[in-house]
Design a binder for this molecule. Structure first.
Ligand code: NI
Length: 256
């Protein structure tokens, strides 16, 4: 089987020091496509470096809603020209995070930057990777009125299963991660059941969100098969089929 981890942070301080070893193990396990996602200025630069260096790694660059200050003093236009590189395939992760940010002005700033980065993605003809935490309604409203022209993925989908049809209607892919394996997690399992196979992506979000039975430990892309197995069980479809579909969905969305 061939696997595509469409969201990992090999650019994080936890995983980057071990990147050679991780990639070697990935190769042996059939995880032969990885999308390394930036979340602030520095990790975006590093994601792009990784993608340029390793043939089966691709990069996304973007500023996460809780990291907006990382662009202070940076030439923004210059930063986004990284999107011209053929191995920088998406803008992300971007979006709204109301879990960590309660202040209204700060939330408004998040919205402003979310819209701005969608527009930049459209200008560069790239899909987006969306982070949305405790902000389902506002995320939906923004996406509805500022459509990502090249599509995108609701990364680690954590909005309700009731809202799922709305995001699907916008043409978005749905990313599922470690939580779908957690024993007590009803919502991600419900989402896994409902999401059509042709809109599903699998992600590890490593080093975060390690799947069961490694919950709470450091995660790596090597755990991707555990996520696929959990989804296969829920959907009552064999794991090979899930693997195949998510692999080709990822290739389709990110043009790799
Ligand atoms: Ni992430």
């Amino acid at each position: 089987m061939k696997y595509f981890d469409t969201h990992c942070h090999l650019n994080s301080p936890q995983l980057y020091p071990k990147i050679e070893e991780i990639l070697q193990n990935c190769k042996e396990k059939g995880i032969d496509l990885l999308l390394v996602v930036g979340y602030d200025y520095q990790t975006s630069l590093l994601a792009a470096e990784i993608a340029k260096k390793y043939p089966f790694c691709y990069a996304a660059i973007g500023i996460h809603p809780t990291e907006l200050n990382s662009l202070v003093g940076i030439d923004e236009d210059q930063f986004y020209t990284l999107l011209n590189h053929p191995k920088v395939v998406a803008l992300g992760e971007i979006g709204l995070d109301y879990y960590w940010v309660k202040d209204i002005d700060e939330r408004n700033k998040q919205k402003e930057w979310f819209i701005k980065q969608i527009e930049i993605a459209n200008r560069y003809n790239k899909p987006i990777i969306i982070h949305s935490r405790d902000a389902a309604q506002d995320t939906y409203e923004i996406l509805k009125h500022h459509r990502p022209m090249k599509g995108g993925v609701m990364h680690c989908y954590s909005c309700s299963s009731e809202m799922l049809p709305l995001f699907l209607e916008l043409g978005l892919f749905i990313g599922l991660d470690g939580p779908v394996t957690f024993l007590n997690a009803a919502n991600p399992k419900e989402v896994a059941r409902s999401v059509p196979l042709d809109r599903l992506l699998v992600e590890t979000d490593s080093p975060y969100l390690a799947p069961h039975p490694y919950r709470g430990k450091e995660n790596t892309p090597l755990n991707l098969p555990l996520i696929i197995e959990a989804i296969a069980k829920i959907k009552e479809i064999n794991a090979e089929k899930i693997c195949e579909c998510t692999y080709s969905n990822g290739k389709k969305l990110f043009h790799v």
